[in-house]
Design a protein around this ligand. Sequence first.
Ligand SMILES: C[S@@+](CC[C@H](N)C(=O)[O-])C[C@H]1O[C@@H](n2cnc3c(N)ncnc32)[C@H](O)[C@@H]1O
Length: 357
Amino acid sequence: MAALNTMFANGARRAAYGAAQAARVLWYTGHYAAGRRLMGPLTAPGDAPYAEEFGPLDRDRLKESFRALFRNDWKNIESGRYRLPPEMRALPSPGKLLKQSRDYLRDAEKVARRKAARGHSEVLTDAAREKYPRYYLQNFHYQTDGWLTAASAERYDMQVETLFTGAASAMRRAALPYIGDVLAGRDAAATRLLDLGSGAGGFLREVKHNWPALQVTALDLSPAYLGKARARLGRWKDIAYAQANAEDTGFADASFDIVTATYLFHELPSAARKTVAAEGARLLKPGGVFILVDTIQYGDEPGFDILLENFPRGFHEPYYDSYCRTDLADLFGQAGFEKRDETIAFLSKASVFERVA
Ligand SMILES: C[S@@+](CC[C@H](N)C(=O)[O-])C[C@H]1O[C@@H](n2cnc3c(N)ncnc32)[C@H](O)[C@@H]1O
């Protein structure tokens, strides 16, 4: 009887998970379609041809990979690797959803104008140049205000989830089992994790939701994004916040057990990527791990290579192509890491590197 009850309870949880994810996918897919109408095709007429290097998109495989992402997410939840995600525990109010929708669609028009004019340097001012590296001062994705304002930070999650039609949070969660592996048999309260380029705090919300005692530091160059993360993660009073460059964090040598970076590396020029990997090695204790989540790279899913080739054309992503060509084992190897594992999660990849040298 107890087994039957458990089966029913699990069936109900699974159905609730499926329904909630389907609703999210529908919501973000609708906004994706509306945004594409405003922004036009990825490659404007007269621009470079659609595919220069890679073959056609494998649409069937893309759909299957999207479904597999959620199947694996559920498997991880069901097997206790992580908890039901926070976005499913507290559903946003209709008022909040409408506000996000209106803001996203209004802003999409501005993004479309910026894209048409190739306007990606609005945030490059003399005042900003004194505070931030040059590569940082761009309107990545043709976003309004770059990384520099509260409005941009507020809008960020809606934009990212829309871009990935509701898959972004599940893709980030591919890193969680690796954090669970580190914590197995360890005291979370005595374990320190640093998240580089923590943005609006979406990933750390997943982390603290699962391991509330873990000692977590959020680091970002943007005071506005850190402010958003602080507001969002307010229920966990022990989180530390640092406004700093991931290339030079100012923390002591060997002061962390885990360093994470989700969707930071493809925003960095190649030299900065090397510096951040080296900084990660300096910050980690021997045996500590660097967990990276970022886009898949060329060859990971050959039928999707054309998507990677075209993405930086439609969205201002100056370092994306070079990231997709980077040998991560080599990049991290040069910094003193050995690659331990990786998981493909739809259009993202979670990779784990152990600090050995
Ligand atoms: C694409 S967002 C990713 C945010 C978040 N990790 C996520 O998963 O959504 C990149 C973030 O990295 C930050 N960033 C970019 N370059 C940085 C640097 N050199 N040092 C620290 N933060 C940086 C930006 O301010 C932004 O918040």
